[in-house]
Design a protein around this ligand. Structure first.
Ligand code: FPP
Length: 241
C-alpha cells in the first residue's frame, strides 16, 4: 500500500563505499561489493514501501577517471549484479531503465542491459532507473543535439519548444521527476546528478555510508519527506486551498 505522501520517485546518490572499506580495513572494492548488497536491499525496500520509481547513481561520467582496477572491478560487479538480478526484476515485475550514455559502456554490459530492459519493458507499476555513465551536463548536451537535429529535419518549430517538450529528449523521458533525492555519507552536493529533473526535489542527506544503508534509513527519509511542504514557488496559503 502506498501512503498519501509517499514519494513517487526517489533518486539516490550512493556515496561512502570507499570510506566504509577504509573503516573496516578492507580494499575499496569490498566497499563497492557491500554497496551492491545495499542496492538489493533498497530495491526491495522501495517496492515494499510503495515507491514506484527508484533511480540509483551507480556510475558517473566522471567515474572513468578512477584507478583502472577500480573501474574494472565496478564493471565486473555491475555485470554480476545484472546477471543475478534479471530473474528478480521479472519476478517482482520491475521495469529496468538505463539512464546515461549507454553506448560507451563495455559491450558485455550493454548486452545485459538491453536484455533486461527488453524483458521488463511492459511492467508499468515499478521502475528501477540505473544511472550508468551518467552526468547531467552530458545529458543536456545529448538532448540539445537531438532537439537541434529534429528542428533541422523540420519535425517541429523551435518556437513551440517548452520544458515539457525538451524533457522528452532527456534520458529520463518516461519517468516522473524525483520527488526526493537522497545522498548518503554526509556529503552535501548533487555531483552532476539529475540537475534538471531535481529542480523541485526535496533533498535528504543521510550520514550513513552507503554499504550500511538499510530499510530503516529509507523509511526515515520517506517520513522526513512526508513532513515537508512543497510549494513550487507558491505561498503556503495558496497550496493549502
Ligand atoms: C560512491 O562511493 C559509489 C560509487 C562511485 C559507485 C556506486 C556503486 C555501487 C553502489 C556498487 C555497484 C552498483 C551496482 C548497481 C551493482 P565512493 O567510492 O565514492 O565512496 P567514498 O566517497 O567513500 O570513497
Amino acid at each position: 500500500m502506498t501512503a498519501v505522501n509517499t514519494p513517487k520517485h526517489i533518486a539516490i546518490i550512493m556515496d561512502g563505499n570507499g570510506r566504509w572499506a577504509k573503516q573496516h580495513k578492507l580494499p575499496r572494492i569490498e566497499g563497492h561489493r557491500r554497496g551492491a548488497e545495499a542496492v538489493k536491499r533498497t530495491l526491495k525496500a522501495a517496492q515494499e514501501n510503495g515507491v514506484k520509481n527508484l533511480t540509483l547513481f551507480a556510475f558517473s561520467v566522471e567515474n572513468w577517471n578512477r584507478p583502472k582496477l577500480e573501474v574494472l572491478a565496478l564493471m565486473d560487479l555491475l555485470e554480476r549484479f545484472l546477471s543475478e538480478q534479471m530473474s528478480e526484476l521479472i519476478k517482482r515485475k520491475i521495469r529496468l531503465r538505463v539512464v546515461g550514455r549507454y553506448r560507451e559502456l563495455p559491450e558485455r554490459i550493454q548486452t545485459l542491459l538491453h536484455k533486461a530492459e527488453e524483458a521488463t519493458q511492459d511492467y508499468d507499476e515499478y521502475t528501477l532507473g540505473l544511472a550508468l555513465n551518467y552526468g547531467s551536463r552530458t545529458e543536456v548536451v545529448d538532448a540539445v543535439k537531438a532537439v537541434a537535429q529534429a528542428a533541422i529535419e523540420g519535425s517541429f518549430d523551435p518556437n513551440d519548444l517548452d520544458y515539457d517538450g525538451f524533457s522528452q529528449y532527456l534520458y529520463t523521458r518516461d519517468m516522473p521527476d524525483p520527488d526526493l533525492v537522497i545522498r548518503t555519507s554526509g556529503e552535501c552536493r548533487l555531483s552532476n546528478f539529475l540537475l534538471l529533473q531535481s529542480a523541485y526535489s526535496e533533498i535528504y542527506l543521510s550520514k550513513v555510508l552507503w554499504p550500511d544503508f538499510c530499510e530503516n534509513e529509507f523509511k526515515a527519509a520517506i517520513a522526513e519527506y512526508a513532513s515537508r511542504e512543497r510549494r513550487y514557488g507558491k505561498t503556503t496559503e495558496q497550496i493549502k486551498v
